[in-house]
Ligand binder design. Structure first.
Ligand SMILES: [Zn+2]
Length: 212
């Protein structure tokens, strides 16, 4: 199997608990689940409906606030944003509005008709979305196309540790809708491919990319 990000040959390994095959690219450090386990949107929706994301919940607000505390210092001066893959809630968009940033939101399951293809943004945020993407490279490119030149793409997804033993015991792949796994290196390769650069990353789960 060739890497879905950089097209180089991947090595495969089998998860000892689930017997599911994963592919691991040594070049860009991307890990992806065997595509035969990818789920359709309806099956994913049944899983997402279990998520208890209450907008009044202080923990849920704090969770987004941690993301914004990391991102906002690097993107000062932006006025327009899109929350891509917001889920059922528009809370992150609301928090951005409170920061004086006009924010649209889109979700393929819960808010599927909110994208305006003629519109460009100075900032796109996407939290806990990329690990669900069947075609993450194509979505990455699509999002860059929705950014102004110099605009920012801020992504939150848990970075893996780049070794198989740790992957077997990691909680993140245990969610069946989590199918692809990144490291900073993966985003570096995407940036080389699509003429953008990493502005900041926290080594754990957040990365900010700027379109050149
Ligand atoms: Zn690769």
């Amino acid at each position: 199997m060739d890497c879905h990000i950089c097209s180089k040959p991947c090595e495969s390994f089998v998860h000892t608990k689930t017997s599911i095959t994963y592919y691991h690219c040594n070049a860009c450090e991307y890990i992806f689940k065997s595509p035969k386990y990818y789920q359709d949107l309806q099956t994913q929706k049944e899983r997402y409906n279990l998520h208890q994301n209450n907008e009044e919940d202080a923990d849920y607000r704090a969770y987004f606030q941690r993301f914004l505390d990391f991102v906002l210092p690097y993107v000062s001066g932006v006025h327009t944003a899109l929350d891509f893959g917001c889920g059922r809630s528009s809370l992150l968009a609301q928090l951005l509005e409170e920061e004086g940033i006009s924010c649209d939101y889109y979700d393929p399951i819960y808010h599927p008709h909110t994208l305006d293809d003629s519109k460009k943004y100075e900032l796109i945020v996407s939290t806990e979305v990329f690990e669900h993407l069947h075609q993450s490279k194509e979505v990455f490119e699509n999002l860059l196309g929705r950014l102004d030149k110099g605009g920012y793409l801020a992504i939150q997804t848990e970075f893996h540790t780049n070794e198989h033993l740790g992957f077997q015991t990691w909680w993140y792949p245990q969610d069946p809708t989590h199918i692809v796994f990144f490291r900073v290196k993966t985003f570096e390769v995407l940036c080389e491919t699509f003429a953008c650069k990493i502005v900041a990353e926290n080594g754990k789960n957040m990365v900010i990319i700027q379109k050149m």
